[in-house]
Design a protein. Structure first.
Length: 504
């Protein structure tokens, strides 16, 4: 019997799409302004998931170098046909709507082809594309008609569809509206499925926040017309006390026991009113049942966290970066120097802070609600440290060098700092995310950051920072917490990295 862990993928892994190939499952998620882009996880039992690669490993596959915060790689759909993996996605405010292919889901993937309008003049204007093949081999791209450019930018046009020449990557017709949902805001994330002679069109509605949900319609053709299910929404946590909220943006697949499953995004909010989701949107899974009338029913999402984890990296022994390291609008390889010193990873500062869209920052997703990261750094030749980043306007950091250690909290336009003299230029920096202390009534935050430094065997705590300021509800970011090392100026050497956490 399969154990369904929830989250299925911890931390910043939103907008999941899944495909089964034989007895293996492949899962793709969004990455927005981070590279490498669009991670691919594989499982052989739906319990254990391995990161096997990324779709976008080269700078030119996604044009994220200059996208604004929340732009970039939005909402992939992954499918498999005739021995080839297909992935469609919107590079929002970047290249446009793209189609990638690979024989091996681990990569390499193609450079990505722009899916153009009927006249070939530009990309299809929309988000969250789905790719499906009709019984006669016709290729359908179904997507949410959100205008991202030109007149009417920001307007939602409902669920759109075009037939596409996949060899030329050109639409064969003008977009057609196929369904507008049940009246919830932002109808998006469409997926088409052929099941028992009928075509089902499943979408998300209500926005990706507390009103999020999944609705479905069906018809006799992939082009519709579609009738709306009587029991919509199929799943939503709105107005409930369920521990997993914002549930929506789902994709259906048959699991290892022959049962249908739905992977979908959700958040784990905490605080007195369960208002703050520290880790952002994560990937969850729940069971699906088919009713006698031919409609699917999706069960509420249970919370079933995995055991805690620990990651230790000693850069004197590990001379390559694993796939979990990510960078902002550039590849990790472009900023991580493993040749400058045999015992360290070196970051070369360029005078940019974490407020800049292009920081010299290398990080990993925060995966657990209770979390502790320690890094050993050598700042004899530079200034930098350890930080938790949501985006340019929301970050918390410990910065060492030039004779001082500074703890800093940046919350929109508010900045607060605490400092002590630097007594050793090789030191340990600690950022821990803990539950609020007991007492004083019900907690009004998700967690509390503790920022500390250890020099010459003595640990000193510099500051505590309210974790709600780095939550998805406060930042309105589509991503999540990424914890990493950075360089502000000069050369900062990172000797060791330890991260451990659990979801207690």
């Amino acid at each position: 019997m399969t154990t369904l862990y929830n989250p299925l993928l911890n931390g910043f892994h939103p907008d999941p799409s899944v495909v089964r190939v034989g007895d293996e499952w492949y899962l793709a998620t969004s990455t927005f302004e981070y590279l490498p882009g669009i991670p691919i996880h594989r499982s052989r039992d739906f319990e254990n998931w391995e990161l096997i690669g990324h779709v976008a490993t080269r700078d030119d596959q996604l044009a994220v170098a200059d996208v604004p915060t929340a732009g970039g790689a939005w909402a992939p759909t992954i499918r498999h046909r005739d021995g080839v993996f297909h992935l469609v996605i919107t590079d929002a405010m970047g290249r446009g709507m793209l189609h990638f292919t690979a024989v091996d889901a681990a990569g390499p993937w193609s450079d990505g082809e722009l899916i153009r309008t009927h006249d070939g003049s530009r990309s299809l204007d929309g988000i969250d594309p789905d790719i499906a093949w009709g019984d006669d081999g016709t290729v359908y791209i179904t997507y949410s008609g959100l205008l991202l450019s030109g007149e009417g930018v920001g307007q939602h046009l409902g669920i759109q569809q075009v037939r596409v020449d996949l060899d030329q990557h050109v639409a064969l017709e003008e977009p057609r509206s196929v369904w507008s949902g049940t009246g919830g805001q932002f109808p998006e994330a469409p997926h088409l499925y052929a099941v028992d002679g009928r075509w089902y069109l499943m979408i998300a509605e209500g926005g990706t926040e507390r009103g999020h949900g999944i609705s479905i319609a069906r018809g006799d053709s992939p082009e519709g017309p579609f009738e709306t299910a009587p029991q919509n929404p199929l799943v939503s946590a709105r107005s409930t006390i369920r521990p997993v909220q914002n549930t929506g943006h789902g994709d259906l697949v048959i699991g290892p026991d022959g049962d249908w499953l739905c992977v979908l995004l959700g958040v784990r909010p905490r605080s007195m009113t369960r208002a703050f989701s520290a880790l952002g949107r994560e990937t969850f899974v729940t069971t699906v049942h088919w009713r006698d009338d031919g409609w699917p029913a999706i069960d509420p999402v249970p919370l079933n966290p995995r055991p805690g984890t620990r990651v230790d990296v000693d850069f004197s022994a590990q001379r390559t970066l694993d796939g979990e390291w990510i960078a902002v609008r550039t590849t990790p390889a472009s900023i991580a120097d493993l040749d400058a010193r045999p015992d360290a990873l070196v970051l070369h500062g360029a005078g940019r802070t974490l407020d800049d869209p292009h920081p010299v920052f290398l990080g990993r997703r925060q995966e657990h609600l209770t979390n502790a990261v320690t890094v050993t750094v050598d700042v004899r030749a530079g200034v930098g440290g350890l930080a938790v980043r949501y985006d340019e306007r929301f970050h918390v950091e410990l910065e060492a060098g030039a004779g001082v250690v500074i703890a800093r909290a940046v919350v929109a336009d508010l900045v607060q700092e605490w400092s002590i003299p630097l007594t050793s230029e090789v030191l340990d920096l600690h950022i821990e995310s803990r539950r609020p202390a007991a007492g004083g009534g019900l907690p009004k935050t998700s967690d509390v950051f503790h920022l500390a430094v250890t020099t010459e065997g003595e640990r000193r705590e510099l500051a505590t920072v309210d974790g709600r300021f780095l939550s998805s509800e406060t930042t309105e970011s589509f991503t999540g917490r990424v914890i990493g090392v950075y360089a502000r100026s000069g050369d900062v050497a990172v000797l060791r990295w330890t991260a451990e956490g659990d979801d207690e």
